[in-house]
Design a protein around this ligand. Structure first.
Ligand SMILES: *Cc1c(COP(=O)(O)O)cnc(C)c1O
Length: 323
């Protein structure tokens, strides 16, 4: 596949496309954090985005940019998480039929939410079937268009609109912390930050157990890892993408990693002090900042809170955990 790399122009176009569909999510601040770090911190709250995560942006932009024939035939995505909900809702809003390939044992609540957005769910057996192949069959037999979760120019451009809004709302920043899975969010954010606030040092943050991004940046080539275990279930990707990696390589200041314990600490802070639910993956950037993996004293700092979708009983346990 030799898709062209997206640019900041594509982020601008995406923000026009998203204007009537996505929320301009709020930017919140905390005196407690500012005092603790001696910095000015701005939280871009994509946990309040439609479907509860930034993925609505890229998903909607990708479906909106399909040709009339592709829209008529419908789209397919494989995911049990936020990308599935994003494609389901975006397709519903745009009048496109969506099929989501999900493991048969996916949480009932997630299946129900996806069906609730009007999508058809096709199940597969996690142990005996390959989801990419299940989706590939649907592409071949039913002419559906596959929308990948991160390695797609329209997805990357859509994800970049959140940081574009943040920088428009609060002005230039010295540092910015972004959760990192496959790198759609980070690469889109880098395009926006480089164009609007070129001196801003942008950090991608992944779970320690799945630090393929950091390994890739160090080695200069995409490193693929074995399936990692972390509570950051939205960032358990095995490798960066062929489009996301070159953008990250070009513009990122560094890639950092945090532990599950640090994620729980951040979740507890958001619940107790800021009265909001942020999912484990959504806390990656914040956890790197709170644990001062980079010195930020005297700086203006942005943190992207990427989502708020977390199973309630798991969340209750995170809030009670001693960290
Ligand atoms: C998907 C996801 C991420 C990671 O995004 P990538 O574009 O894959 O890097 C981070 N946080 C949340 C909440 C997500 O759903």
């Amino acid at each position: 596949m030799s898709a062209r790399l997206p640019t900041y122009e594509d982020v601008i176009k995406a923000s026009t496309t998203l204007d009537a569909a996505a929320y301009r999510s709020p930017v919140l601040t905390s005196q407690t954090i500012d005092a603790r770090l001696g910095a000015q911190v701005f939280f871009k709250c994509e946990n309040f985005q439609r479907i509860g995560a930034f993925k609505f942006r890229g998903g909607y932009n990708a479906v909106a940019n399909l040709s009339a024939a592709q829209r008529k035939a419908g789209v397919v995505a494989f995911s049990s998480g936020n990308h599935a909900q994003a494609i389901a809702l975006a397709s519903k809003l745009l009048g496109v039929a969506a099929t989501i390939v999900m493991p048969n044992d996916a949480p009932a609540a997630k299946k129900a939410a996806t069906v609730g957005y009007g999508a058809r769910v096709v199940g597969y057996d996690r142990l005996t079937q390959d989801r990419e192949q299940v989706a590939g069959d649907l592409v071949e037999r039913q002419g559906l268009t596959l929308i990948p979760p991160f390695d797609h120019p329209d997805v990357i451009a859509g994800q970049g609109t959140a940081v574009k809004e943040l920088l428009e709302d609060v002005g230039g920043l010295d540092a910015l912390f972004i959760p990192l899975g496959g790198g759609g969010l980070l690469s889109g954010s880098l395009l926006a930050a480089h164009a609007i606030s070129p001196d801003c040092e942008v950090y991608g943050v992944e779970p320690e157990a799945g630090d393929d991004g950091r390994q890739s940046l160090r080695s200069g080539a995409i490193v693929r890892i074995a399936p990692p275990t972390s509570i950051a279930d939205g960032a358990l990707t095995l490798a960066l993408g062929r489009l996301t990696f070159p953008i990250i390589q070009q513009h990122v200041r560094d890639i950092l990693a945090v532990s599950d314990r640090q994620l729980v600490g951040a979740m507890q802070f958001f619940a107790e002090r800021m009265k909001m639910v942020v999912e484990p993956t959504g806390c990656l950037g914040a956890a790197a900042l709170f644990n001062e993996l980079v010195a930020v004293k005297g700086k203006r700092v942005g943190v992207l809170l990427s989502g708020g979708n977390v199973d309630l009983s798991a969340y209750a346990a995170y809030l009670q955990a001693k960290v």
